[in-house]
Design a protein around this ligand. Structure first.
Ligand SMILES: Cc1ncc(COP(=O)(O)O)c(C=O)c1O
Length: 411
Protein backbone atom coordinates (compact mmCIF):
# COMPACT_ATOMS: atom_id res chain seq x y z
CA UNK A 1 0.00 0.00 0.00
CA UNK A 2 1.31 3.39 -0.85
CA UNK A 3 3.03 5.32 1.89
CA UNK A 4 1.22 8.34 0.57
CA UNK A 5 -2.24 6.99 1.26
CA UNK A 6 -3.55 9.70 3.50
CA UNK A 7 -6.05 9.60 6.21
CA UNK A 8 -9.17 11.65 6.12
CA UNK A 9 -9.60 13.19 9.49
CA UNK A 10 -11.89 15.65 7.83
CA UNK A 11 -15.23 14.03 7.43
CA UNK A 12 -18.47 14.86 5.81
CA UNK A 13 -22.03 14.52 6.92
CA UNK A 14 -22.78 12.32 3.97
CA UNK A 15 -19.55 10.39 4.33
CA UNK A 16 -20.14 8.89 7.76
CA UNK A 17 -21.06 5.45 6.48
CA UNK A 18 -18.03 5.27 4.24
CA UNK A 19 -15.87 6.51 7.07
CA UNK A 20 -17.19 3.89 9.46
CA UNK A 21 -16.51 1.07 7.00
CA UNK A 22 -12.91 2.04 6.46
CA UNK A 23 -12.14 3.43 9.88
CA UNK A 24 -8.56 2.15 9.86
CA UNK A 25 -7.85 3.84 6.57
CA UNK A 26 -9.40 7.04 7.79
CA UNK A 27 -7.39 7.41 10.95
CA UNK A 28 -4.12 5.86 10.04
CA UNK A 29 -1.79 5.82 7.15
CA UNK A 30 -0.42 2.37 7.10
CA UNK A 31 2.91 2.16 5.39
CA UNK A 32 3.50 -1.41 4.47
CA UNK A 33 6.91 -1.48 2.98
CA UNK A 34 6.30 -4.29 0.52
CA UNK A 35 9.77 -5.75 0.84
CA UNK A 36 9.58 -5.99 4.61
CA UNK A 37 8.70 -9.12 6.48
CA UNK A 38 5.43 -9.44 8.36
CA UNK A 39 6.87 -8.14 11.64
CA UNK A 40 8.16 -4.99 10.10
CA UNK A 41 5.50 -2.55 9.21
CA UNK A 42 5.09 0.99 10.31
CA UNK A 43 1.90 2.53 11.51
CA UNK A 44 2.05 6.23 10.93
CA UNK A 45 -0.68 8.62 11.99
CA UNK A 46 -1.05 11.25 9.33
CA UNK A 47 -3.30 14.16 10.05
CA UNK A 48 -4.90 16.16 7.32
CA UNK A 49 -3.05 19.39 8.10
CA UNK A 50 0.25 17.63 7.46
CA UNK A 51 -0.90 17.36 3.85
CA UNK A 52 -1.14 21.12 3.60
CA UNK A 53 0.35 22.47 0.39
CA UNK A 54 1.77 25.97 0.49
CA UNK A 55 2.25 28.06 -2.65
CA UNK A 56 3.70 31.37 -1.41
CA UNK A 57 2.65 34.56 -3.19
CA UNK A 58 5.21 35.70 -5.75
CA UNK A 59 4.91 39.35 -4.75
CA UNK A 60 3.89 40.58 -1.33
CA UNK A 61 1.56 43.55 -0.90
CA UNK A 62 2.50 46.75 0.91
CA UNK A 63 1.27 46.80 4.49
CA UNK A 64 -1.46 49.36 5.21
CA UNK A 65 -0.47 51.88 7.91
CA UNK A 66 -2.35 51.10 11.12
CA UNK A 67 -4.14 54.43 11.16
CA UNK A 68 -5.62 53.80 7.70
CA UNK A 69 -7.13 50.41 8.51
CA UNK A 70 -10.87 50.22 7.88
CA UNK A 71 -12.67 47.11 9.14
CA UNK A 72 -12.70 44.34 6.55
CA UNK A 73 -11.18 46.27 3.65
CA UNK A 74 -7.55 45.12 3.63
CA UNK A 75 -6.59 41.50 3.11
CA UNK A 76 -3.32 39.69 3.73
CA UNK A 77 -1.14 38.04 1.07
CA UNK A 78 -2.46 34.51 1.45
CA UNK A 79 -5.63 32.49 1.91
CA UNK A 80 -6.41 28.90 2.78
CA UNK A 81 -8.72 26.82 0.60
CA UNK A 82 -10.00 23.29 1.03
CA UNK A 83 -12.30 21.69 -1.49
CA UNK A 84 -14.86 19.05 -0.60
CA UNK A 85 -16.92 16.62 -2.62
CA UNK A 86 -19.35 14.00 -1.44
CA UNK A 87 -17.43 11.39 -3.48
CA UNK A 88 -13.95 11.96 -2.12
CA UNK A 89 -14.46 14.01 1.05
CA UNK A 90 -12.03 16.79 1.93
CA UNK A 91 -9.14 17.39 -0.44
CA UNK A 92 -5.71 18.41 0.80
CA UNK A 93 -5.68 21.94 2.21
CA UNK A 94 -3.91 24.59 0.13
CA UNK A 95 -2.45 27.96 1.09
CA UNK A 96 -2.01 30.26 -1.86
CA UNK A 97 -1.96 33.89 -2.84
CA UNK A 98 -5.10 35.80 -1.80
CA UNK A 99 -7.19 36.25 -4.94
CA UNK A 100 -10.40 35.65 -6.80
CA UNK A 101 -12.30 32.38 -6.74
CA UNK A 102 -13.54 30.88 -9.95
CA UNK A 103 -17.11 29.73 -9.37
CA UNK A 104 -19.85 29.13 -11.91
CA UNK A 105 -22.94 31.38 -11.66
CA UNK A 106 -25.03 28.24 -11.19
CA UNK A 107 -23.30 27.41 -7.91
CA UNK A 108 -26.01 26.97 -5.31
CA UNK A 109 -24.33 29.39 -2.89
CA UNK A 110 -25.56 32.20 -5.15
CA UNK A 111 -29.15 30.99 -5.24
CA UNK A 112 -30.01 29.40 -1.92
CA UNK A 113 -27.46 30.88 0.48
CA UNK A 114 -25.53 27.74 1.25
CA UNK A 115 -23.00 29.78 3.20
CA UNK A 116 -21.79 29.87 6.76
CA UNK A 117 -18.88 31.69 8.30
CA UNK A 118 -16.95 32.51 11.43
CA UNK A 119 -15.21 35.52 12.90
CA UNK A 120 -12.24 35.30 15.23
CA UNK A 121 -9.05 37.26 15.75
CA UNK A 122 -5.30 36.74 16.04
CA UNK A 123 -3.39 39.02 18.41
CA UNK A 124 0.33 39.82 18.75
CA UNK A 125 1.61 39.71 22.34
CA UNK A 126 4.45 41.80 23.75
CA UNK A 127 7.00 39.11 22.84
CA UNK A 128 5.82 39.11 19.23
CA UNK A 129 4.01 35.80 19.50
CA UNK A 130 0.70 35.32 17.69
CA UNK A 131 -2.27 34.28 19.82
CA UNK A 132 -5.79 33.09 19.09
CA UNK A 133 -8.69 33.43 21.52
CA UNK A 134 -10.72 30.25 22.12
CA UNK A 135 -10.55 29.09 18.47
CA UNK A 136 -12.07 25.74 19.47
CA UNK A 137 -15.36 27.53 20.17
CA UNK A 138 -15.38 29.08 16.71
CA UNK A 139 -14.73 25.69 15.14
CA UNK A 140 -17.57 24.13 17.11
CA UNK A 141 -19.94 26.89 16.03
CA UNK A 142 -18.69 26.70 12.42
CA UNK A 143 -19.51 22.99 12.33
CA UNK A 144 -22.94 23.58 13.88
CA UNK A 145 -23.69 26.24 11.29
CA UNK A 146 -22.52 23.93 8.48
CA UNK A 147 -24.66 21.09 9.77
CA UNK A 148 -27.74 23.37 10.01
CA UNK A 149 -27.60 24.12 6.28
CA UNK A 150 -26.52 20.63 5.16
CA UNK A 151 -22.94 21.61 4.34
CA UNK A 152 -20.13 19.17 5.19
CA UNK A 153 -18.58 19.17 8.65
CA UNK A 154 -14.87 18.79 9.42
CA UNK A 155 -12.37 18.24 12.21
CA UNK A 156 -12.04 21.59 14.00
CA UNK A 157 -8.60 20.83 15.45
CA UNK A 158 -7.26 20.07 11.99
CA UNK A 159 -8.62 23.34 10.64
CA UNK A 160 -7.00 25.23 13.54
CA UNK A 161 -3.65 23.67 12.58
CA UNK A 162 -4.14 24.78 8.96
CA UNK A 163 -5.09 28.26 10.19
CA UNK A 164 -1.93 28.42 12.30
CA UNK A 165 0.14 27.75 9.16
CA UNK A 166 -1.66 30.57 7.36
CA UNK A 167 -1.03 32.90 10.31
CA UNK A 168 2.66 32.02 10.43
CA UNK A 169 2.97 32.89 6.75
CA UNK A 170 1.08 36.19 7.11
CA UNK A 171 2.35 36.95 10.62
CA UNK A 172 3.79 40.34 9.55
CA UNK A 173 0.22 41.46 8.82
CA UNK A 174 -0.82 41.18 12.47
CA UNK A 175 -0.45 44.68 13.94
CA UNK A 176 1.63 44.63 17.12
CA UNK A 177 -0.25 47.44 18.84
CA UNK A 178 -2.73 46.79 21.64
CA UNK A 179 -6.27 47.10 20.36
CA UNK A 180 -5.20 46.05 16.85
CA UNK A 181 -5.55 42.50 15.58
CA UNK A 182 -5.99 40.30 12.54
CA UNK A 183 -9.62 39.46 11.85
CA UNK A 184 -9.98 35.91 10.53
CA UNK A 185 -12.92 34.94 8.36
CA UNK A 186 -13.38 31.17 7.81
CA UNK A 187 -16.16 30.61 5.27
CA UNK A 188 -17.84 27.54 3.82
CA UNK A 189 -19.92 27.66 0.64
CA UNK A 190 -21.61 25.29 -1.75
CA UNK A 191 -19.92 25.25 -5.14
CA UNK A 192 -22.31 22.73 -6.60
CA UNK A 193 -23.56 23.82 -9.99
CA UNK A 194 -27.28 23.30 -9.81
CA UNK A 195 -30.49 25.24 -9.57
CA UNK A 196 -32.09 22.32 -7.75
CA UNK A 197 -32.62 22.81 -4.05
CA UNK A 198 -31.15 19.85 -2.22
CA UNK A 199 -28.15 18.45 -0.36
CA UNK A 200 -24.80 19.70 -1.57
CA UNK A 201 -22.22 17.49 -3.24
CA UNK A 202 -19.46 20.06 -3.75
CA UNK A 203 -18.24 22.70 -1.33
CA UNK A 204 -15.33 25.01 -0.67
CA UNK A 205 -13.96 26.08 2.68
CA UNK A 206 -11.69 29.10 2.69
CA UNK A 207 -10.08 31.38 5.24
CA UNK A 208 -9.13 34.98 4.57
CA UNK A 209 -7.57 37.45 7.01
CA UNK A 210 -7.86 41.19 7.43
CA UNK A 211 -5.83 43.46 9.76
CA UNK A 212 -8.15 45.62 11.86
CA UNK A 213 -7.89 48.52 14.26
CA UNK A 214 -9.64 48.97 17.59
CA UNK A 215 -13.43 49.07 17.37
CA UNK A 216 -13.43 52.35 19.28
CA UNK A 217 -10.45 54.47 18.21
CA UNK A 218 -10.84 56.91 21.10
CA UNK A 219 -12.02 54.90 24.08
CA UNK A 220 -15.56 53.55 24.33
CA UNK A 221 -18.45 54.97 22.37
CA UNK A 222 -21.77 54.04 23.94
CA UNK A 223 -24.53 53.30 21.41
CA UNK A 224 -28.17 54.30 21.05
CA UNK A 225 -30.45 51.38 20.14
CA UNK A 226 -33.70 51.23 18.23
CA UNK A 227 -35.87 48.49 19.76
CA UNK A 228 -37.20 46.97 16.56
CA UNK A 229 -40.83 45.91 16.66
CA UNK A 230 -41.35 45.85 12.88
CA UNK A 231 -38.88 43.05 12.03
CA UNK A 232 -37.63 39.89 13.77
CA UNK A 233 -34.03 38.64 13.51
CA UNK A 234 -34.62 35.06 14.64
CA UNK A 235 -37.31 32.78 16.03
CA UNK A 236 -37.61 29.41 17.75
CA UNK A 237 -36.79 26.59 15.37
CA UNK A 238 -35.15 29.02 12.94
CA UNK A 239 -31.46 29.62 12.32
CA UNK A 240 -30.63 32.37 14.82
CA UNK A 241 -28.06 30.18 16.56
CA UNK A 242 -26.17 29.52 13.30
CA UNK A 243 -23.73 31.92 11.72
CA UNK A 244 -25.12 31.70 8.21
CA UNK A 245 -25.12 34.48 5.65
CA UNK A 246 -28.91 34.22 5.31
CA UNK A 247 -29.33 35.66 8.81
CA UNK A 248 -27.45 38.84 8.07
CA UNK A 249 -28.65 40.46 4.83
CA UNK A 250 -32.28 40.76 6.07
CA UNK A 251 -31.05 42.75 9.09
CA UNK A 252 -29.38 45.46 7.04
CA UNK A 253 -32.49 47.35 5.94
CA UNK A 254 -33.84 47.61 9.51
CA UNK A 255 -30.38 48.84 10.48
CA UNK A 256 -30.44 51.50 7.76
CA UNK A 257 -33.89 52.64 8.94
CA UNK A 258 -32.69 52.80 12.55
CA UNK A 259 -29.63 54.79 11.45
CA UNK A 260 -31.88 57.27 9.61
CA UNK A 261 -33.60 57.89 12.94
CA UNK A 262 -30.25 58.40 14.69
CA UNK A 263 -29.77 54.97 16.28
CA UNK A 264 -26.58 52.97 15.71
CA UNK A 265 -27.97 49.46 16.24
CA UNK A 266 -31.21 47.52 16.35
CA UNK A 267 -32.28 45.91 19.58
CA UNK A 268 -33.81 42.70 18.28
CA UNK A 269 -36.96 41.60 20.11
CA UNK A 270 -39.09 38.49 19.90
CA UNK A 271 -42.69 37.63 20.73
CA UNK A 272 -45.66 39.50 22.09
CA UNK A 273 -43.83 40.33 25.30
CA UNK A 274 -40.96 41.83 23.30
CA UNK A 275 -38.27 39.58 24.77
CA UNK A 276 -34.73 40.86 24.32
CA UNK A 277 -32.69 38.68 21.97
CA UNK A 278 -29.60 40.41 20.49
CA UNK A 279 -28.14 43.86 19.79
CA UNK A 280 -27.18 44.37 16.13
CA UNK A 281 -24.72 41.51 15.63
CA UNK A 282 -23.91 41.17 19.32
CA UNK A 283 -25.22 39.30 22.33
CA UNK A 284 -27.05 41.41 24.89
CA UNK A 285 -26.41 41.79 28.63
CA UNK A 286 -28.30 43.72 31.29
CA UNK A 287 -26.80 44.49 34.71
CA UNK A 288 -29.46 45.53 37.20
CA UNK A 289 -31.02 45.23 40.60
CA UNK A 290 -33.71 42.66 39.95
CA UNK A 291 -37.22 42.65 41.42
CA UNK A 292 -35.88 40.77 44.48
CA UNK A 293 -33.26 43.45 45.07
CA UNK A 294 -30.36 41.22 43.95
CA UNK A 295 -27.57 42.60 41.78
CA UNK A 296 -27.74 40.44 38.67
CA UNK A 297 -26.12 40.17 35.26
CA UNK A 298 -28.58 38.65 32.85
CA UNK A 299 -28.42 37.55 29.21
CA UNK A 300 -30.99 35.63 27.14
CA UNK A 301 -30.57 31.83 27.17
CA UNK A 302 -29.35 29.85 24.16
CA UNK A 303 -32.82 28.74 23.10
CA UNK A 304 -31.96 28.33 19.42
CA UNK A 305 -32.58 31.92 18.39
CA UNK A 306 -29.47 33.41 20.03
CA UNK A 307 -26.02 33.10 18.48
CA UNK A 308 -23.76 31.36 21.03
CA UNK A 309 -21.17 34.12 21.15
CA UNK A 310 -17.61 33.35 22.21
CA UNK A 311 -17.46 36.64 24.12
CA UNK A 312 -20.90 35.94 25.65
CA UNK A 313 -19.61 32.65 27.01
CA UNK A 314 -16.40 34.31 28.22
CA UNK A 315 -18.32 37.09 30.02
CA UNK A 316 -20.52 34.48 31.72
CA UNK A 317 -17.48 32.42 32.80
CA UNK A 318 -15.50 35.39 34.08
CA UNK A 319 -18.34 37.00 36.02
CA UNK A 320 -19.33 33.64 37.55
CA UNK A 321 -15.71 33.13 38.62
CA UNK A 322 -15.69 36.57 40.35
CA UNK A 323 -18.61 35.42 42.49
CA UNK A 324 -19.63 39.02 43.19
CA UNK A 325 -23.19 39.08 41.88
CA UNK A 326 -25.81 36.78 40.45
CA UNK A 327 -25.23 35.71 36.83
CA UNK A 328 -28.25 34.38 34.92
CA UNK A 329 -29.10 33.11 31.47
CA UNK A 330 -32.81 33.76 31.28
CA UNK A 331 -35.39 35.60 29.27
CA UNK A 332 -36.18 39.24 29.97
CA UNK A 333 -38.45 41.68 28.18
CA UNK A 334 -38.77 45.33 27.30
CA UNK A 335 -41.26 45.75 30.17
CA UNK A 336 -38.48 44.68 32.62
CA UNK A 337 -36.19 47.35 31.20
CA UNK A 338 -38.91 50.04 31.25
CA UNK A 339 -39.87 49.25 34.86
CA UNK A 340 -36.29 48.97 36.10
CA UNK A 341 -35.47 52.28 34.42
CA UNK A 342 -38.47 53.98 36.08
CA UNK A 343 -37.48 52.55 39.46
CA UNK A 344 -33.78 53.38 39.09
CA UNK A 345 -32.74 49.71 39.16
CA UNK A 346 -30.88 49.62 35.85
CA UNK A 347 -27.09 49.61 36.30
CA UNK A 348 -25.68 48.98 32.80
CA UNK A 349 -26.45 47.34 29.49
CA UNK A 350 -23.98 46.26 26.82
CA UNK A 351 -23.53 44.12 23.75
CA UNK A 352 -20.69 41.62 23.36
CA UNK A 353 -18.87 40.33 20.30
CA UNK A 354 -15.45 39.61 18.84
CA UNK A 355 -15.26 42.92 16.96
CA UNK A 356 -15.87 45.24 19.93
CA UNK A 357 -15.54 42.87 22.93
CA UNK A 358 -18.00 45.01 24.91
CA UNK A 359 -20.21 47.74 23.48
CA UNK A 360 -21.90 49.91 26.13
CA UNK A 361 -25.52 50.97 25.54
CA UNK A 362 -26.66 54.44 26.59
CA UNK A 363 -30.20 54.70 25.24
CA UNK A 364 -33.00 52.52 23.87
CA UNK A 365 -35.84 53.84 21.74
CA UNK A 366 -39.03 51.91 22.48
CA UNK A 367 -42.63 52.77 21.61
CA UNK A 368 -42.01 56.46 21.05
CA UNK A 369 -39.68 57.04 24.00
CA UNK A 370 -35.96 57.01 24.63
CA UNK A 371 -35.09 55.00 27.72
CA UNK A 372 -31.92 56.23 29.36
CA UNK A 373 -29.45 53.47 30.27
CA UNK A 374 -26.86 54.40 32.93
CA UNK A 375 -23.16 54.32 32.11
CA UNK A 376 -20.87 55.28 35.01
CA UNK A 377 -22.71 57.02 37.86
CA UNK A 378 -19.39 58.22 39.31
CA UNK A 379 -18.11 59.65 36.07
CA UNK A 380 -20.70 61.50 33.94
CA UNK A 381 -18.16 61.98 31.14
CA UNK A 382 -17.59 58.21 30.82
CA UNK A 383 -18.86 56.35 27.78
CA UNK A 384 -18.90 52.97 29.55
CA UNK A 385 -20.04 51.58 32.87
CA UNK A 386 -17.61 50.05 35.39
CA UNK A 387 -18.61 46.47 34.59
CA UNK A 388 -18.23 46.97 30.82
CA UNK A 389 -14.79 48.55 31.36
CA UNK A 390 -13.64 45.80 33.70
CA UNK A 391 -14.76 43.05 31.32
CA UNK A 392 -13.13 44.71 28.32
CA UNK A 393 -9.87 45.12 30.26
CA UNK A 394 -9.80 41.56 31.48
CA UNK A 395 -10.72 40.03 28.13
CA UNK A 396 -8.16 42.13 26.26
CA UNK A 397 -5.56 41.20 28.88
CA UNK A 398 -6.19 37.54 28.11
CA UNK A 399 -6.34 38.04 24.34
CA UNK A 400 -3.00 39.90 24.26
CA UNK A 401 -1.34 37.38 26.58
CA UNK A 402 -0.92 39.84 29.46
CA UNK A 403 -3.10 37.71 31.73
CA UNK A 404 -2.09 34.04 31.45
CA UNK A 405 -5.15 32.00 30.58
CA UNK A 406 -5.93 28.73 28.82
CA UNK A 407 -8.27 30.60 26.45
CA UNK A 408 -5.29 32.24 24.76
CA UNK A 409 -3.72 29.81 22.29
CA UNK A 410 -0.19 30.49 21.03
CA UNK A 411 0.20 29.92 17.29
C1 LIG B 1 -25.71 37.74 15.47
C2 LIG B 1 -24.50 37.74 16.31
N1 LIG B 1 -24.63 37.65 17.65
C3 LIG B 1 -23.57 37.63 18.47
C4 LIG B 1 -22.27 37.71 17.98
C5 LIG B 1 -21.11 37.68 18.90
O1 LIG B 1 -20.41 36.46 18.79
P1 LIG B 1 -18.89 36.38 19.20
O2 LIG B 1 -18.82 36.76 20.64
O3 LIG B 1 -18.51 34.96 18.97
O4 LIG B 1 -18.14 37.31 18.33
C6 LIG B 1 -22.08 37.81 16.59
C7 LIG B 1 -20.74 37.91 16.02
O5 LIG B 1 -20.21 36.96 15.59
C8 LIG B 1 -23.20 37.80 15.74
O6 LIG B 1 -23.07 37.88 14.41
Amino acid sequence: MSAEKWSVLFHSTSGYRRNAVSFTYLLLTIDFASHISLNLFILRIVKKHTKLKIYPATTLKQLTPHKDLIFGRTFTDHMLTIEWSSDSGWADPVIKEYGTLSIEPSASVFHYSFECFEGLKAYKDKSGRTRLFRPDMNMKRFNNSAKRIALPTFDGNELIECLKSLLRLDSHWIPNERGYSLYIRPTLISTQNTLGVGPVSQALLFIICSPVGPYYKTGFNAVRLYATTENVRAWPGGTGDAKIGGNYAPCVRPQVLAAEKGYQQNLWLFGEKHEITEVGTMNCFMFWKNEDGETELVTPPLDGSILPGVVRDSVLSLTKSWNEFKVSERKFCMSDIVKASEQGRLLEMFGTGTACIVSPIKEIYYKGQDINIPLDANDPSSNAGPLAKRLADELMGIQYGEIPHEWSVIV
